[in-house]
Design a protein around this ligand. Structure first.
Ligand code: MSP
Length: 692
């Protein structure tokens, strides 16, 4: 059967050929993040825009759209020029180096962008110059030469005031610099009425509403013409036919939304541009909304180009009540969080904790609390309970539903309710509400298991049908939750999907037409494995902080890949002890860097004030080492004496609770709570024997 998707959400469609030669329409969707300044590495605050857009892109794909998602790097302007000068390299070298950091980070964060634009690329320069040429043809009065004198913030690339008197930047608070030169100006003042008409005709043009009101008031209060070229700067795109000038960085940067898709001049453009322009959503942080909702549509009107459909602004991520920003030094970096807790943990936290559109506070403590409460004890625990019971009581096959055990749980009612609420919330950018609706379903399924007690039903053969119904319903709820949560936590939900015995990519499942009953009875489930091992907050936080310090001051801490986790791989419960991204492979050389030996425990004792740590003296052949291991809750010290263990002996020493740990004892991490089980040998091996 071929599905015909009708045009909806004002989205234009493209015709494609269906598998049987029918013509079907598939709606298309074009979404952008701002292009990032390539003068410094992204922090959690700046990565927020890209993560949110990735959630939108994945969600739209799961609603059947063909999505183009553009991001990139903003590589011109005075702040790049100065950063390069400070680093003692050329601007070209600086942006080449920094742009790679973005590409690598987006890969680590699993960002599925489809287009990446660098403003130093020749195709972009040509597009910017052509946009001005086109503007001159289409609106001959829109650009003129004039004298500029005013205050300009080089950090935010913002005109702070159009008079020479000293002024501070409203965004960063730093003194703005005096600029006085001959520039090309854009006649923004002439676009006040056309902009107000645009806003009146498109009540959704800016989201959220309160930002739209700010934009309208700004335009209503009158617009000044805008300087769009610079003479004093060399690092930029030359002005067409007047090479003394380079483009003002914002005119240059905004054009990336078109050049990145193949815009040439509005007439000889590439296929992606023709297919996707105008953009459906330009998303960004609130401080740059004016550039997107005022200047950009005016530039496009003057050039006779179609306008983007919606401008969506989010709030700031604050750290200690101030905007997270590198220059203030109050930043948290995404890489350590992702390496220690996995990609989903950061995404979940940001989407759940921050009310989209408002400022939100970033706190490591809240991140870890949410991780344990919602991911490990919530969805992760539900998945492992349901799957383990299906394995144990139903021979590892999805059972069929029959008689209901409890009338107050009428599945699929709560599942459909979660789907509808999440769908509405995703459509309105209420990510936090979408996540809450999905987790309400997780909680209902949990309560259902507690109330119906499948483990007790399993003891009575007469209750087999009820048992099957309970586990079928619980698996159905898990299936629903995995599909709905996939845009937010793609890695864990894909794993749950596979553990439920489903094949293919979860991202290809349609969220908007999700129906109860998608799990076929009799399906063989996969191997149940914990998707979110519980972590010890204190230890995990320490590890994250240490890795962040290493990013701030390279060489100050031990390399991330060998950061010990309080003595055992499982002391914190996090199996991903500084591991590479899930699925990434390491070379044999990387493995060879880890020296492991057989050790024999000589003594073990508790450490005062630390309920999880044991101080273990272990003979590793040529010496007796002191190692701190996070196993005190599971092993009695005396029982360990004489036991053979595996010790990583070449870890840099680390202090915990005032005691030095000189190595790591290897253990498996078992169950959702990450219970450590020490690795050992059944055959006779001497202390000091190397593991290869
Ligand atoms: N280069 C310009 C954008 C040009 S678009 C044509 C720029 N770059 S940026 O690197 O400063 O910002 C990139 C994104 O990160 C923006 O959406 C910005 O709002 C966002 N954030 C930077 N710091 C932030 C927080 N502390 N919190 C949330 N988002 C913030 O602006």
């Amino acid at each position: 059967m071929v599905q015909i998707f009708l045009e909806f959400n004002q989205c234009s469609s493209v015709l494609i050929c269906g598998s049987k030669g029918f013509l079907v329409t598939k709606p298309k969707f074009y979404l952008t993040t701002p292009i990032y300044y390539a003068n410094s590495r992204p922090h959690v605050g700046s990565a927020y825009t890209t993560i949110v857009c990735d959630v939108i892109a994945r969600y739209k794909r799961m609603c059947g759209y063909e999505v183009a998602y553009l991001t990139g790097t903003d590589e011109h302007g005075v702040n790049i020029e100065r950063a390069a000068e400070k680093a003692g390299i050329s601007p070209a070298e600086l942006v080449e180096r920094n742009q790679k950091i973005f590409v690598e980070l987006w890969k680590l964060l699993g960002i599925q962008y489809t287009h990446f634009i660098r403003t130093t690329s020749p195709q972009h320069a040509r597009a910017v110059q052509n946009l001005v040429r086109r503007t001159r043809r289409h609106s001959p009065d829109a650009i003129y030469k004039g004298k500029y004198e005013g205050r300009y913030c080089i950090y935010d690339n913002l005109y702070v005031s159009d008079t020479p008197e000293p002024a501070d930047c409203p965004t960063c608070g730093r003194p703005a610099e005096l600029v006085s030169e001959e520039n090309y100006f854009f006649r923004l003042s002439a676009y006040q009425k056309p902009l107000l008409d645009l806003y009146a005709k498109n009540p959704q043009f800016v989201h959220p509403d309160f930002r739209f009101n700010e934009v309208k008031s700004f335009v209503e209060s009158g617009l000044r013409d805008l300087s769009i070229s610079r003479k004093s700067i060399k690092w930029g795109i030359p002005w067409p036919d007047d090479e003394e000038h380079v483009f003002y960085v914002w005119y240059d940067a905004l054009t990336s939304y078109m050049s990145g898709m193949g815009f040439v001049d509005g007439e000889h453009d590439g296929p992606d541009f023709k297919k996707y322009w105008p953009a459906d959503i330009h998303a960004m942080g609130k401080e740059i909304i004016r550039f997107h909702a005022v200047y950009w549509p005016a530039f496009l009107m003057a050039a006779g180009m179609p306008l983007p459909k919606q401008i969506v602004a989010h709030g700031w991520l604050l750290f200690e009540q101030e905007k997270m920003s590198k220059s203030k030094g109050n930043v948290a970096y995404p890489e350590p969080i992702v390496r220690v807790l996995g990609n989903d943990a950061l995404r979940y936290y940001l989407l759940r904790e921050v009310v989209f559109g408002q400022d939100g506070n970033f706190s490591r403590d809240a991140l870890l609390t949410r991780y344990n409460a919602d991911l490990a004890n919530g969805l992760g625990n539900l998945a492992s309970r349901v799957l383990t019971m299906i394995e144990k009581y139903c021979g590892g096959r999805i059972p069929s539903a029959g008689v209901r055990a409890e009338s107050k749980y009428v599945f699929p009612v709560p599942a459909n309710h979660a789907r509808d609420a999440a769908f509405r919330a995703f459509e309105n950018f209420n990510f936090s509400s979408a996540v809450q609706a999905i987790w309400e379903l997780v909680a209902v399924a949990d309560r259902y298991l507690v109330d119906t007690k499948p483990w007790a039903l399993a003891e009575n053969p007469a209750k087999l049908e009820i048992l099957n119904t309970v586990l079928s319903d619980a698996a159905g709820a898990l299936h629903f939750a995995a599909v709905l949560a996939h845009p937010v936590i793609p890695d864990a939900t894909q794993k749950i999907w596979e553990q439920l015995g489903q094949s293919g990519k979860l991202g290809e499942v349609r969220i908007d037409v999700l129906q109860w009953g998608g799990l076929k009875p009799g399906t063989r489930i996969g191997k149940p494995e914990a998707v979110f091992p519980r972590v010890d907050k204190e230890e995990t936080s320490e590890r994250i902080v240490k890795m962040e310090d290493e990013i701030r001051n390279p060489g100050s801490a031990q390399p991330a890949a060998t950061t010990p986790s309080a003595g055992t791989t499982t002391a914190g419960g996090a199996a991903a002890a500084a591991a590479p991204a899930p699925g990434a492979k390491i070379s044999i050389e990387d493995f060879a860097k880890v020296e492991m030996r057989v050790g024999i425990v000589k003594s073990a004792e508790k450490i005062a004030g630390a309920d999880k740590l044991l101080k273990v003296m272990v003979d590793i052949g040529d010496e007796v080492r002191q190692v701190l291991a996070g196993i005190a809750q599971y092993y009695v010290p005396e029982d360990l004496i004489g036991r053979k263990v595996v010790v990583v002996v070449n870890l840099a020493p680390r202090k915990m609770r005032g005691q030095e740990s000189n190595g790591m004892i290897v253990a498996a991490s078992v169950g959702p709570e990450g219970r450590p089980v020490l690795a050992t040998f059944t055959e006779d091996v001497p202390a000091g024997a190397k593991l290869k």
